[in-house]
Design a protein around this ligand. Sequence first.
Ligand SMILES: Nc1nc2c(c(=O)[nH]1)N[C@H]1C(S)=C(S)[C@@H](COP(=O)(O)OP(=O)(O)OC[C@H]3O[C@@H](n4cnc5c(=O)[nH]c(N)nc54)[C@H](O)[C@@H]3O)O[C@H]1N2
Ligand SMILES: Nc1nc2c(c(=O)[nH]1)N[C@H]1C(S)=C(S)[C@@H](COP(=O)(O)OP(=O)(O)OC[C@H]3O[C@@H](n4cnc5c(=O)[nH]c(N)nc54)[C@H](O)[C@@H]3O)O[C@H]1N2
Ligand SMILES: [Mo]
Length: 723
Amino acid sequence: MTIAPNRPTIKVETRRVICPHDCPDTCCMSATVENGRVTKVTGEPSHPFTQGFLCIKTNYYLERLYSPQRIKYPMRRVGPKGSGQFERTSWDEATDLIAQKFKEIIATHGAEAILPYSYAGTMGLLSYASMDRRFFNYMGASLLDRTICSTAGKEGYTYTMGGSFGTDPETIVNAKLIIAWGTNPVSTNVHLMPFINEAKKRGAKLVTVDPHKSKTADQSDLFIQPYPGTDAALALSMMQVIIEEDLHDKEFIASDTYGFDLLAERVKEYPPERAEQITGVPAQQIRDFARLYATTKPSFIRLSYGLNRHTNGGMMVRTVTCLPALVGAWKHVGGGALLSTGGSFPLNKAALERPDFLRRHNYFPRTINMIKLGEALLDYKEPPVKALFVYNSNPAVVAPNSRKVIAGLEREDLFCVVHEQVMTDTARYADVVLPAPTTFECLDLHAAYGHLYVQLSEPTIPPLGEVVANTEVFRRLAVKMGFDDPAFRDSDEELVRQALDSKHPHLAGITYERLQKETFARLNVPTPYNPFAGGKYPTPSGKIELYSEKMLRAGFDPLPTHNPTAESADGSPELFAKYPLRLVTPAAHHFLNSSFAEMPTMLKKQQRPYLELNEVDARERGIEQGQWVRAWNDRGEAYFVADLNRDSVAAGVACHLSLWWQRYSPLGWNCNTLTSDVAADMGGGATFHTNLVQVEPACRSLSPEKMKELENLYPLSEEVRLG
Ligand SMILES: Nc1nc2c(c(=O)[nH]1)N[C@H]1C(S)=C(S)[C@@H](COP(=O)(O)OP(=O)(O)OC[C@H]3O[C@@H](n4cnc5c(=O)[nH]c(N)nc54)[C@H](O)[C@@H]3O)O[C@H]1N2
Ligand SMILES: Nc1nc2c(c(=O)[nH]1)N[C@H]1C(S)=C(S)[C@@H](COP(=O)(O)OP(=O)(O)OC[C@H]3O[C@@H](n4cnc5c(=O)[nH]c(N)nc54)[C@H](O)[C@@H]3O)O[C@H]1N2
Ligand SMILES: [Mo]
C-alpha cells in the first residue's frame, strides 16, 4: 500500500488472481487494485508455468471485467424468447420464481424434466461442480454427461496408459524432438511455448501434425499434414516402419508393454504407401518422420484435444499414445506424451458434489449427453425437458448442430434460467437471467490440465452490482426449494477445505492456510515428475497396453486401428458425393470457445469469420480470395470470408477458427450450424472436426441487398455488438 502525499488516500495493492478459463495453462495473474478497482493485470512472474506473461485474451481482461455487456442484476424476460428484452428484478423474486417453476414441473413431470447444463466457463472447482451438483443430485434432476471437450481422448489415452496424466510439461526442455500432434499450443496452450522454445534453443526440433497450417505449424521445423481423422493410419504406418527397420526399443517393450507381438502383426496392414492413400501424407515423408521419431531421444508428443474431436477420436488418441512406448520415450526425462495433467490432481470431488444424494430417490436419474442438447430439448419424451438451467456455458454458440439447439431454446413451454457474466446468445433465450461474477469477485480453488500446481483464488474487488457466485446461487435456491440438508449451508471456504481433504500423497501439505499465503503449490510429486516411474501403469495388465482386453470387452478393436470418420470419402461415400469438403473448426487465437468473443478488441483482432480453403477447391468453385462464401450441409448453412492466401489446408479440406457468437456471425449463424452432434467412438465425445460441407460463392444464393449487408458487417459496429 502506498499513500500519495497531500492527495486523497489511494489504496493500491497487488493481488494474485487465478485465470479460471478453460485452458491448459490455468495462469496465476497479478492484478493491480486501486481503491477497489482493478487497473492492471499481468502474468505472475514467480509462477513457474505462467512465467510473468498472459495470453492475448487475458491481457485485455479489464475490457471484459468492466464491459457494458456485463450482467449485474437479476432479470426476467419481458419480450419474445431470444429478443433480449428483460427487466430488472430482485434476487428474492428471481429465486422465488425459479423455485415455484421447479416445484410445478417436479409435481407434474418429475424432477428428471429439469436439466442442468454447464461446462467449464470457469474451471474453479467450486464454481465448476460443487453446490450445483449437490442441488441437482438432491433434487433428482436429469444428469448431464459433460462430453463437449475431452471425453473421447481421455478414454482413448487411458486404454493405453491407464490414466489421464503424462510427461511433466516443465521437463520438456530436455526433449530433442517435440511433436504438437493435433494441438496448436501457440494459440491454445501458449505457456507451453517457453518450454518448447528452450528445448529448441538446446537443439530440439519441433514438428506439428495437423490438417491445418496452424500458428504452431508456422513455427515448426517440420509440418506433417494428414487429412482430418486419419492420424491412426499415420501412427500405425510409423510403427510399421519403426518395427520393420528394427528401430524399436526391445528392452522397454519387454519390460513395460503388453501385446507387442499382436501389434507388430497389425501394423503390417499399414505400409507407408497405403497410409499415404488414407492420410494424404507422402509415403517418403512418413518413413522419414518415423525414423526421426525413433532415433531422436528424448522425444515428447504433446497431444491435446484436436484429435479427439472426431467420430474416431478415441481410437486415434489411443493409437498415437502407443508410439512413445515403441521407442522407449518414457525412459527419458522430458520424453513421453501428455494429453492432460488433470488425472494427477486427487481432489476430493465426491465431498464437493455429493453423489450420495442420488440415493435419496427411488430411481436413478437419466443421463443426457450434452452434445445432444438440441435433440434432448426437441425430442425427449419421458419425461420431456421442461426446464433448463444453464451456467458456465453458452450452448447457443458452443454446442454442435446449432439449428436444433436454437429451435429447442425457442420452445415457448421451456422454462430457461441462465446464470451468466455477459448477455450471451444463450442468455437471450432465458426466462430468468442471473448475474455471475468473474474470478476477481469470488473465491475458488483450481487444479489444472496443463501443469501441476494447485491454486487458490481469493476475491480482489467487491462484486459488481449484485453478481453472485455459482455456489451461492444454489445455496439460495436450496432454501427456496426447502432442501434442508446441512450440505447446503457450507461456505465457500468450507468447500475449499473439503476439496483439499484427501488422503492422497499428492496433496500432502497443501492446505487452505498454505495456499492463502502462497497462492499456488506444486502437487507433492517428485521433480522431475514421471507418473509412470518404476514402470507402474494403472492399466489392467500393469503395462502400457498395446493390446487391450478391456477395449475388447467394451466392443472396440483391442489393437490400434484406423477407422474412417463417419463423414469422409471412405466413411460415407454418398454424403461425400454431395459434400466433398472436410471441415475442421478448431480454436481461434483471440477467443476462448465463446468467451472473449464479445470483446471489441478481440473481435477486431480476429477480424472476420474466415473459411480457409485450398486454391484448387476455390478455383473449381469460382471462389476468390476475400469473397463471401456459403458453406452448407444437411444440418444448415453458414457464411464466411474465403481465405486462400495462407495455403493452409490441403485440397478437400476447409478450416474455420471458432467460435464466433451467432449474433456476430453473418446472417446470424456460426460454424456450429454445420457441425455434427454424432458422438465420438469413446466417451460420448464431441466431434466438432468431423463434418462434410459444400461451399459456393455467397452471391449465388443471396440477393444483392443481403450481399451488401454482409460486406458492411465487419468490423462490427457498437450497435451490433450491444444490440
Ligand atoms: N486461444 C484459445 N485457446 C484455447 C481455446 C480457444 O478456444 N482459444 N480453447 C481451450 C479449450 S476448451 C481447449 S479443449 C483447448 C483445445 O486446444 P487444442 O487441443 O489445441 O484443440 P483444437 O483447437 O480443437 O485443435 C487443435 C488442432 O487440431 C487440429 N486437428 C483437427 N482435426 C485433426 C486431426 O484429425 N488430426 C490432427 N493431427 N489434427 C487435427 C486442428 O486443425 C487444430 O489446429 O484449448 C484451450 N485454449
Ligand atoms: N465448432 C466448435 N465448437 C466447439 C469447439 C470447437 O473446437 N469447435 N470446442 C468445444 C470445447 S473444447 C469446449 S470446452 C466447449 C466450451 O463451451 P463452454 O463451456 O460453453 O465455454 P465458453 O464458450 O467459454 O462459455 C462459458 C460461459 O460461462 C460463463 N462464465 C464464466 N464464469 C462463470 C461463472 O463463474 N458462473 C457462471 N454461471 N458462468 C460463468 C462465460 O461468461 C461464458 O459465457 O465448446 C466447444 N465448442
Ligand atoms: Mo475444451
